[in-house]
Structures are given as C-alpha cells and as structure tokens.
Write a protein that binds this ligand. Sequence first.
Ligand code: FMN
Length: 367
Amino acid sequence: MTCLFEPCVIGGIELRNRFMRSATWDASATDDGQVTDASVRIFEDLARGGVGLIVTGYAFVSEQGKAAAGQYGIAEDRHIEGLRRLVKAAHDGGARIGAEIAHAGNNLFLLKDPRPVGLAPSQIEGFPLAHRAMTVAEIEETIADFAAAARRAREAGFDAVQLHFAHGYLGSQFLSPLTNHRSDDWGGSPENRRRFHVETLRAIRKAVGEEFPVWAKLGLQEGEGGLPLAEALDALKAMAAEGLSAVEVSAGQGTTGVRTERPEDDEALFFRVESAAAKQAVDIPVAVVGGIRNVATAEAIVAAGDADMISLARPLIREPNLIARWQRGDRARAKCIRDNKCLAAAFAEGVFACQEEALLRQQEAAT
Ligand SMILES: Cc1cc2nc3c(=O)[nH]c(=O)nc-3n(C[C@H](O)[C@H](O)[C@H](O)COP(=O)(O)O)c2cc1C
C-alpha cells in the first residue's frame, strides 16, 4: 500500500491516512441548525468507512449567512452541544473532524422562499436574487461572526475549523473581480479584495490561539474574467502568512466545484493544475478535491507532489466505506457517476443519499 494509507500529520492534525471527506451539505439539521440523529448517523458511517478527516457540511456563522435548508448552525453557543455529537461520532470511528464555517453572501440558491435579502460585497446587476452591498460595519460584524464560530468549533471538540472561501459564497465574492466592485478598503485592488480573508484569519487566530488548526477551502479557479490564478495564489500566500494551517483547492466564482463529467473522464481532474500551483506557492499542506474517483490517480497526485491530501465528496455519499474498501485491496473505481442527483435530492426533499444507489437497492428488493 502507498503512503496514502499511512498515518501522518497534516495541517496540525494527526490523521490515520491522507483522505478527507470534503465538506458536504447533508440537509439533516433542523430549521435552526441543530444536529439531529440523522446527522450523527452520517458521521458514524463515514468514520467507520475509513476516511482520515471528515469535514462537516458548511455551517452558517450567522442567521444572515445561511445558504441552504437543513444546514448546521455554528452561529450561537446553543449549537455547540449538538455539534459535539458529530465530533464524538467521528472520533469513536477513528476519524478526525473539521467544521466548515460559511457565510452565503448573496448565494442563496439552495434556500427556499421566502429568501432574505442577501448581503454581498457589491450589488451585482442582473444577479437573479435580491441582495445589496454590505456596509463596513456589516463586514466587521461578519468577521467577528467567523471568529466566534471558530471559537465554538474548538469548544465543541473539532480537530480543526475550515473557512469556506470557495464556490461563490461570501469569501469568493470578496476575492473575485467579478463580484467585488467596491471602491473602499474592501475592494478594488487585489490586496483590498483579499482583506476580508486576511482580517478573518487574524480575528480567528485571536479567538482560538496559534495552535488550533485553521484550514480554508479556497477557490483558485474562476471562469472568464474571473480571478487570475496568480492573484488567487497571492491571496493564499497572504492567508498562510496569517497562520493558515492548510488549504483545500477548489473553484471560486463563475465556475462550479461540482462538475458532472462522466467517470470515463477520470483523469480530467478539476483542480490539479491549481493544486500543483498552490504547492509551489506556499509551505502549508494542500488538499485537492474534485473528480477524483480512482485510487491510482490519488496516488499519482500525491507522488507527483501536486497535493498532500486527497479530498472526496460525492464518492463518499454513494460509498461511505470507500477508503476502507480501497485499503482492503479492492481498488475498483468509486461508483459515483457524478450525476448530481444527490444535490438535487438534498434541495428538493431534504434527503441526503445517492439516488443511483437508492434505485439499485429498490431493484434488488423487487427481484
Ligand atoms: C450534496 C453536496 C453538498 C455539498 N456541500 C458542500 C458544502 O457544504 N461545502 C463545500 O465546501 N462544498 C460542498 N460541496 C462540494 C464538494 O465538497 C466538492 O467540492 C465537490 O462535490 C467536488 O468533489 P467530488 O467530485 O469529489 O464530489 C457539496 C457537493 C455536493 C454534491
């Protein structure tokens, strides 16, 4: 077996292997963000399934920052007790666990009506959801909300906190020239567009100290007219200088982190180029997510030095035991076919499950 399955320390966390479950919204929390028995079962299954690090689905740092129905909350101290149940489920199964913390900005597509008016760096003409530009006081409050959320993550016993600065949510919106048109200290130049990230990290370090692992999922790839890679890397360097412990590389604005290329295109990994560039740019560990379905590919990525850690989301919805399966020597490709029906079901019905797998089970039961 390769080094992927060996214990290691990455980004301040002792791990049983180099696989992580990328943050995945599971729609299992109550309307006010409380963990449920269904949530706990998801984490028990994942931990039993062998993955080294499990990152929770994005948890909202404030009521205003909610992005989806059934999201976990980390906005109030009353959320801590429920979150401890997720930590226990992960630890009992031998996994480590990080809390992903997020603010939606104006990306409220996964909420149902009536949606609140979104808060964003700038008002964007033609954007289909109601929103307005944040005041400076609102930006400062949001940074304080992130810091308080990180403090709660530590109190709940998480091994790390991960800032969601990807996928078109508030962090992406600040960083990208597509969505940040401010002319004050929080927009305009690349340095101003990354001020939100730098100040958030500073505030978090004050709240949790220097030792607690603080990771980020960062959008390094954008579409036409979006953030150039060099600027994204400068933002990453600035965050590393403020004490970021590790980064997971994904998409930012104007593109998607949840692409649907078929499994035959296995080698067309979404962000390997950006991950390799991040490895060159910073000394902190780098995880890469997006489209990895093959253990041989995962090994090749790490062997080439293009990432330190392999992150998976949809494959572990279909097969929570995938890592244990690979480790046992069954190296068949992950069964996930990237149809995104898991996402559609979470949105339409609040159900967290692979729809293909559910169909197969039904067919088996009928025969
Ligand atoms: C149902 C679903 C929920 C997701 N929720 C989150 C989330 O809460 N936070 C996040 O950063 N990414 C989220 N993602 C994106 C995944 O973490 C991951 O970046 C993406 O699916 C690509 O990886 P994969 O090809 O291994 O699935 C979600 C994806 C899916 C399918």
